[in-house]
Ligand binder design. Structure first.
Ligand SMILES: C[S@@+](CC[C@H](N)C(=O)[O-])C[C@H]1O[C@@H](n2cnc3c(N)ncnc32)[C@H](O)[C@@H]1O
Length: 255
């Protein structure tokens, strides 16, 4: 897990790993962890490996999580003098909530004439399962709890009948986000340059050297002066790339 996807767990996480994987092992009718590890080591069982990664990580996310980051993004974009193209990367996108929240913000700003029409959002994650769900863009209403009533009206279709309690995002938002599978712990040459990068709430899985390596490689794809967001609780990673702290979890790459 460490070599393949950077997941780093010490001895203290043993019971967590047990509680996450034991039901799966039971479901597969295996004799125990040794048999399961043999499956994970078997390259022809990539789907099970993916399943184990999904079980060991959490995909917790919701729309406009950490709203102060979106407020800062809006303020920063309003200060841009030109309406040049804008490129955003949601680098551990999970079910897409972060990328679609950004799309709602940018769509509003475009309507108000504050950003030009040429903006795009790339959303990547290691999990194929969450990416497939993200592309369907159907969400339980609870996950949209921080979306303003105006944005709900503008960008979401409320489900009825069997879809009661869920909402589907409208095409004008969905079409602005491109999804792709990407492992942050492997090289990702050719990406970028981006103006804004979200790398929120994923570093928790990595050990300190991996965190620094991932952050520096991600920051290499950010334009000088670009905005970089980490989860507020994640603190500041001692990366080599010079960063200016703007507010908790929000940074600007040195120009
Ligand atoms: C808690 S979610 C964060 C979602 C969103 N960024 C947010 O803050 O709401 C963490 C995501 O990181 C993804 N992840 C874990 N390891 C990864 C890796 N090595 N490369 C890319 N994504 C990874 C997981 O699949 C999960 O969807």
């Amino acid at each position: 897990m460490y070599e393949a996807v950077g997941l780093s767990y010490n001895e203290s996480k043993k019971s967590l790993i047990h509680s996450r994987l034991a039901p799966r092992i039971q479901r597969l009718g295996l004799g125990g962890f040794a048999e399961y590890i043999a499956i994970l080591d078997d390259v022809s069982q990539a789907a099970e490996f993916q399943m184990a990664v999904d079980l060991l990580t959490t995909n917790e996310t919701y729309f406009f999580r950490e709203p102060k980051h979106y407020e800062l993004l809006e303020r920063e974009l309003m200060q841009r003098r030109s309406k040049t193209p804008l490129s955003v990367w949601s680098a551990a996108a999970s079910f897409g909530d972060e990328a679609y929240s950004t799309a709602m913000l940018l769509a509003d700003m475009q309507t108000q004439g504050r950003v030009g029409p040429d903006w795009s959002i790339l959303a990547t994650d290691i999990s194929q399962r969450v990416l497939l769900s993200a592309q369907e863009a159907v969400y339980p209403n609870d996950r949209l709890r921080a979306v303003s009533p105006e944005r709900l009206r503008r960008y979401c279709l409320r489900g009825e009948g069997p879809m009661e309690g869920q909402s589907k995002l409208q095409d004008k938002i969905c079409t602005r986000v491109e999804f792709g599978q990407l492992n942050l712990c492997k090289p990702f040459d050719g990406l970028g340059p981006f103006d804004v990068i979200f790398l929120r709430n994923v570093l928790i899985y990595f050990d300190p050297p991996t965190k620094i390596d991932v952050v520096d490689r991600v920051l290499a794809t950010l334009r000088p002066g670009g905005l970089f967001f980490l989860g507020t609780a994640e603190g500041r990673v001692p990366c080599k790339t010079p960063l200016q702290t703007l507010q908790p979890g929000a940074f600007r790459k040195a120009p």
